[in-house]
Design a protein around this ligand. Structure first.
Ligand code: FES
Length: 171
């Protein structure tokens, strides 16, 4: 499949995928990076995404699913605009990660893998995000927030709420 063929991805992502499959001696090696970029482009791994990725790599959709289900950062349902990932691994857990997680559950009114009714936030409990020295830490999309207290969590939420409001107003 090339960018001239009908693709469900944005032209930029489709062109990137055309190049990505040529980068590796074995096409299949492009699978995980392609899934990550595909998720960024579409928001989640829908059936149509899996179908096109399978075609591009030259494997079956079942092969794609078998790999994708192994990775917790890949999702099969839409997330919120801001996906809040709370690390509850050992360093974070010892420094209050569950208090942070429970506070976020209360504030957002959702649990693990939940999405708020307005679609602004989703919440996930995740394994180590590599910020152990600054525990407890959370990741919102690609941004890290660390050395957290409940007060800091409230500030982080307020910042994203304001951002979401601003984006809606400017839309
Ligand atoms: S244990 Fe939480 S970031 Fe590593």
């Amino acid at each position: 499949m090339t960018t001239e063929t009908l693709s469900i991805f944005s032209p930029k992502a489709a062109a990137h995928f055309d190049a990505l499959v040529l980068k590796y001696p074995v096409k299949r090696s492009a699978l995980v990076p392609m899934l990550l970029y595909a998720q960024d482009d579409i928001g989640y791994l829908s059936d149509a995404v899996i179908e096109e990725v399978a075609q591009r790599i030259g494997i079956t959709p079942l092969d794609v699913r078998n790999v994708a289900t192994y990775y917790s950062m890949l999702r099969f349902k839409p997330a919120g605009k801001y996906n809040v990932q709370v690390c509850t691994n050992i360093s974070c857990m010892l420094r209050g990660a569950y208090d942070v997680f429970e506070h976020l559950e209360e504030e957002l009114g959702i649990g693990h893998k939940g999405v708020t009714a307005d679609g602004v936030f989703s919440l996930e409990e995740v394994e180590c995000i590599g910020a152990c020295c600054w525990a407890p830490a959370i990741q919102v999309n690609y941004d890290f927030h660390d050395d957290l207290t409940i007060e800091k969590v409230d500030q982080v939420l307020a910042t994203y709420r304001a951002k979401a409001k601003g984006e809606t107003a400017n839309a």
